[in-house]
Design a protein around this ligand. Structure first.
Ligand code: ADP
Ligand code: MN
Ligand code: MN
Ligand code: MN
Length: 345
């Protein structure tokens, strides 16, 4: 038997953005534990804005398991928060009720800022560094400093060791701003991986004395970019059938539901989706081929040969958005689009 260090991770009850929480228990298993082998556990909900009335116990229900490369015999256990009965989802538990479909694939591009001493990493104590321009995909100390790349590389390793589909990294437009991409099949699979990747990044940065600023517009109304979490998505129908008529019907549904999308695409998005800095105004839906100033960008690969097949990029979700709810809302809107049998024939 081996003693495993199980880090139970969950989302707390803070609004509008939940915080990641985690605590460790040690348990013996003959080999790396499967989801079915992991027991329910509990925590004090009165300390996480999750207490209901006089009973402060909440239940942690394991829903996804990942190896923890930072610990010997470490296990990362993503959990849903349940009521004391262990079966009723807590009101803060959004994952329990989202739409899911293993044929729906999601690629999230998570942007964020490294922060130190209350400002983006690399910003001088007073004023600003040289304006945006050289930082995006930049190289060299004056562009990316001496620490950020070390952190993003270590984060990549941790994600790969965890079995997370980390798909890439780039330095972003603002100084101190970076991006990583996570891909998954199904809303829950993709979003679980994103939340655990966020957790790994925050935990990793502790030892560097650096925080992650997830807010979508930390530098306010300035000439510095905000942070998004573009959601690339495709359903099986979009990938294998598609077609121009279906695409146009889909865009109509997205236009009709624009408010429902914005409602779950992260707080303060009106400060980021201004129409500047490669964004579309938050309250005006638009789409366009290769258009990075549109709400939804249609890749060239999608329209190729007039097939209108493949994936689309919703550029509106922001860096603090909940990937569970983002994926679910996308699936909800798509589910309203009639599938033409004649198109499939
Ligand atoms: P950008 O040019 O917008 O910066 P990125 O390369 O950062 O694009 O991200 C594009 C993401 O699209 C990839 O991370 C990938 O996960 C995702 N993606 C690619 N193909 C599909 C697909 N068929 N369905 C859903 N997502 C996809
Ligand atoms: Mn990207
Ligand atoms: Mn980006
Ligand atoms: Mn993008």
């Amino acid at each position: 038997m081996t003693k495993y260090k199980l880090e139970y991770i969950w989302l707390d009850g803070y609004t509008p953005v939940p915080n990641l929480r985690g605590k460790t228990q040690i348990k013996e298993f003959s080999s790396f534990p499967t989801l079915a082998e992991l027991p329910l556990w509990g925590f004090d909900g009165s300390s996480t804005m999750q207490a209901e009335g006089h009973s402060s116990d909440c239940v942690l229900k394991p829903v996804a398991v990942f190896p923890d490369g930072a610990r010997k015999n470490g296990v990362l256990v993503m959990c849903e928060v349940m009521m004391p009965d262990g079966v009723t989802p807590h009101v803060s538990n959004k994952r329990a009720t989202i739409l899911d479909d293993p044929g729906a694939w999601f690629g999230f591009e998570q942007e964020y800022f490294f922060y130190k001493d209350g400002r983006p990493l690399g910003f001088p104590e007073h004023g600003y560094p040289a304006p945006q321009g050289p930082y995006y995909t930049g190289v060299g100390y004056s562009n990316v400093g001496s620490v950020a790349r070390k952190i993003v590389e270590e984060h990549l390793e941790l994600c790969l060791e965890a079995g997370i589909n980390h798909e890439g990294i780039n330095a972003e437009v603002a100084k101190g701003q970076w991006e990583f991409q996570i891909f998954g099949k199904g809303s829950k699979t993709a979003a679980d991986q994103m939340w655990v990747a966020r957790y790994l990044m925050m935990r990793l940065c502790e030892s560097y004395g650096i925080d992650i600023e997830w807010h979508c517009k930390p530098l306010g109304d300035t000439d510095w970019n905000g942070s998004g979490m573009h959601a690339n998505f495709s359903t099986e129908y979009m990938r294998t059938v598609g077609g121009k008529a279906y695409f146009e019907a889909m865009m109509k549904a997205f236009e009709k539901n624009w408010k429902e999308h914005i409602d779950v695409y992260g707080p303060d998005n009106d400060k980021r989706l201004t129409g500047k800095h490669e964004t579309a105004p938050w309250n005006k839906f638009s789409y366009g081929v290769a258009d990075r100033g549109a709400s939804i960008r249609v890749p060239h690969s999608f329209v190729k040969g007039d097939l209108y097949r493949g994936y689309l990029e919703d550029r509106r979700p922001n860096s603090q958005g909940d990937p569970y709810q983002i994926a679910s809302q996308i699936l909800k809107t798509i589910s309203e689009v009639p599938v033409s049998k004649s198109a499939a024939a």
